[in-house]
Design a binder for this molecule. Structure first.
Ligand SMILES: NC(=O)c1ccc[n+]([C@@H]2O[C@H](COP(=O)([O-])OP(=O)(O)OC[C@H]3O[C@@H](n4cnc5c(N)ncnc54)[C@H](O)[C@@H]3O)[C@@H](O)[C@H]2O)c1
Length: 364
């Protein structure tokens, strides 16, 4: 890696914090990318990184991705990430989590957080004892609880915006959706689609999962290898990343791709391949932002309120609508339009901030 300051300068990062505590073995890095739109939001990832450099790189990369996610999703949040160096099975302890909570509390709301790979909702409950800036925690403690349902609501709101753009009608009646992966998010997506009157086909490598979800008469099951190429209105990847690539895109037979899986496009240019095929792609990092949006609600006056949080998640409809219209206007793919939209929002608020600073200077 180039020097740390060079890396920060290249990606225009605001802060990089290193947290160390001997008795618990805590070694954590908190990257704050951009707080123009609001406090930096991002989860806590715990992984046995091979080197410190790898951990720093991951924190920087993921924090930047969060800036774009929040901005494009219309949230008033910036981007950050915390990575903890260690094996979650072996090295995680209550004391380590509480110390980390204290470090995050010291940042005074600059960074708000929840779980990610290697951390759980139970871990967040422990951190929450030390730090009010942990925004995803158990319902029993007054928090939003597991965010899979909110993520699914965001995905289905994104599907509605896509249906409206493609067919001029956002309703699901008579529409056919193929859901790939019916885990935490996918199972909720299926439930919402069934309620809305869609025909749903599902596939999962875990047969137990398939059995538990295929209980409605509107739901049919196919083998995992078949789900992506069904002739459907919407293909919804809710399992793995990289499913949209040079090999898979020519075989798709859907009008819309909209699902929760992270990093669905193997390469940025796969967005153009989808566009050339006339398939509308709802950028994954926008439609799967429901969890982050729900978390931010915990910070509002009176604490977490489910109805208010769900209303905010439903507004992902408008975020997707904006991306679709910007893509048309600029003749770019929807994934490029999402990045443009994110940059536009950040630039707009940077200008507002400079005006505010000017006014402050004047009154002083
Ligand atoms: N949970 C959230 O709130 C959330 C938020 C944002 C993004 N995401 C992303 O959404 C995706 C799903 O998340 P989740 O929390 O539901 O995970 P999960 O592990 O609960 O569910 C994933 C499901 O996909 C199945 N699967 C794996 N490989 C498959 C294949 N080849 N074909 C069909 N099914 C397969 C698994 O058996 C599992 O049931 C992930 O990419 C995740 O990163 C989740």
């Amino acid at each position: 890696m180039t020097s740390i300051f060079q890396a920060m300068e290249q990606g225009d990062y605001e802060h990089l914090f290193f947290c160390q505590e001997q008795s618990t073995g805590l070694k954590a890095i908190i990257a704050i990318h951009d707080t123009t739109l609001g406090p930096a939001a991002g989860g806590i990832r715990m992984k046995p990184y091979a080197t410190e450099e790898e951990a720093i790189r991951d924190a920087l990369r993921l924090a930047q991705a969060m800036t774009y996610k929040c901005a494009a999703a219309g949230a008033n949040l910036g981007g950050g990430k915390c990575v903890v160096i260690g094996d979650p099975q072996r090295d995680k302890s209550e004391a380590l989590l509480r110390v980390l909570g204290r470090f995050i509390r010291r940042l005074n709301g600059l960074f708000i957080t929840g779980m990610d790979v290697g951390t759980t909702l139970e871990d967040m409950d422990i951190l929450r004892q030390e730090c009010p800036y942990v925004t995803i925690y158990s319902e029993a403690l007054g928090g939003p609880g597991d965010t899979a349902a909110a993520t699914a609501l965001g995905v289905v709101s994104g599907m509605r915006a896509c249906l409206k753009a493609v067919y001029g009608d956002e309703r699901f009646q008579g529409r056919h959706v193929a859901v790939q992966g019916v885990g935490a998010v996918g199972s909720h997506v299926v439930e919402l689609l069934v309620q809305a009157g869609a025909l749903v086909t599902i596939a999962d490598v875990d047969e137990e999962r398939v059995r538990s979800v295929a209980t409605h008469e509107q739901v049919t099951v196919v083998a995992p290898g078949e789900i992506a190429t069904l002739p459907v209105d919407i293909y919804s990847p809710c399992a793995l990343g990289g499913v949209l690539n040079q090999t898979s895109i020519p075989t798709l037979r859907c009008e819309i791709v909209c699902g929760s899986a992270n990093n669905q496009l193997q390469e940025e240019q796969d967005g153009e391949l989808l566009e050339q095929r006339g398939i509308l792609y709802a950028p994954d990092y926008i439609v799967n932002a429901g969890g982050v949006i729900v978390g931010a609600d915990s910070l509002l006056p009176g604490g977490y309120k489910q109805q208010r949080a769900e209303a905010a998640v439903r507004r992902l409809y408008q975020a997707v609508e904006q991306v679709i219209s910007l893509a048309k206007e600029q003749h770019v793919s929807t994934n490029r339009a999402a990045a443009l939209l994110a940059r536009k929002r950040i630039e707009m608020m940077k200008q507002v901030r400079s005006v505010a600073n000017g006014a402050d200077a004047f009154t002083r």
